[in-house]
Design a protein around this ligand. Structure first.
Ligand code: SAH
Length: 282
């Protein structure tokens, strides 16, 4: 890719973790970008696709700890693009779903820097799917709602649980692990049945994927016993009852196995592919 005077920023969603869920457009841009600015949730296998000449800038945020503040990230994008560079801004999932992509795009507009948005597969849909949970189903849920679990009720701009508790659609909470107890108690306090099915999926679509299920009443204890950690998704609603039947990934014959192939690289790829299809981390 040519360096033009202005440079350009691509706000790219990297998907939920599985490298196969990266878009072709994103993969192409990683081959050519001069600078890649990436977050913590971007999978290692995806970072391997970045060309060797690119400058890598890690602005990864850990829960409750923001090593690089958002205003600084915005400035990094402006600074790099102003030097005429092609900048790939890589984020987990989709860049406009709790990804602050909107804020970054606003700053670029302000600075007069050209940009494009490359949507990614959001964890809100793909992570339940990898656990066998369709977010809608004709008989069980006619809508789904994606909610930040990070906010508490009552705080300015916090979650209003009253209308949420009345919805029959599937509720998908992101960033909710630390607030799990508050979320389930608030839903029950506003009238959701304690028997409403709930699932949690940790590190969905990666080789570390784990999932649990229960109901509003039991999930806190089940999650504590399983030591479910962030990043994880909380799914509330009747569609969770399909999980046992539709779960596919955690049922693959080699799921959970790590296999080292000792053949020469040229001969190994066929075998690597076949083992991966059976669920192994190769
Ligand atoms: N833009 C992202 C979401 C960013 S908010 C997207 O579209 O997916 C970060 C939250 O996303 C995490 O706290 C977690 O709730 C969820 N998340 C992202 N990737 C995940 C994964 N692989 N497994 C489980 N949850 C994930």
């Amino acid at each position: 890719m040519e360096t033009n005077k202005k440079g350009k920023v691509y706000l790219i969603g990297a998907g939920p973790g599985d490298v196969g869920l990266l878009t072709l457009k994103a993969a192409e841009l990683l081959k050519t970008a001069h600078v890649v600015v990436f977050d913590r949730l971007v999978g290692q296998d995806i970072l391997k696709l970045i060309n060797n000449n690119a400058l890598l800038i890690d602005v990864g945020k850990t829960a409750g700890n923001h090593p690089v503040p958002q205003h600084r990230i915005n400035e990094v994008l402006v600074e790099q693009a102003s030097q005429g560079k092609i900048v790939a801004r890589l984020k987990g999932g989709d860049c406009f779903v709790f990804g602050r992509g909107g804020e970054e795009a606003e700053r670029l507009v302000q600075a007069g820097i050209p940009f494009e948005i490359v949507p990614g597969i959001t964890s809100a849909i793909a992570v339940p799917a990898y656990a066998g949970i369709p977010v809608t189903h004709r008989d069980l849920a006619t809508s789904f709602h994606v909610i930040t679990g990070h906010e508490r009720e009552g705080k300015d701009g916090g979650i209003d649980f009253e209308p949420l508790a009345k919805l029959n659609g599937t509720l998908v909470f992101l960033m909710g692990v630390g607030n799990l107890q508050h979320i389930v108690q608030s839903l029950m306090a506003h009238g959701k049945s304690p028997q409403t099915p709930v699932a949690m999926i940790e590190r969905g679509t990666t080789y570390a994927q784990r999932s649990i299920s229960g109901d509003l009443q039991s999930i806190v204890q089940i999650a504590t016993e399983a030591n479910i950690q962030s990043p994880a998704i909380i799914v509330v609603g009747e569609v969770v009852t399909l999980k046992d039947r539709l779960s596919w990934r955690e049922k693959l014959p080699l799921w959970g196995k790590r296999i080292v192939v000792t053949r020469a690289r040229m001969q190994a790829s066929d075998m690597v592919q076949r083992l991966a299809q059976l669920g192994a981390q190769v």
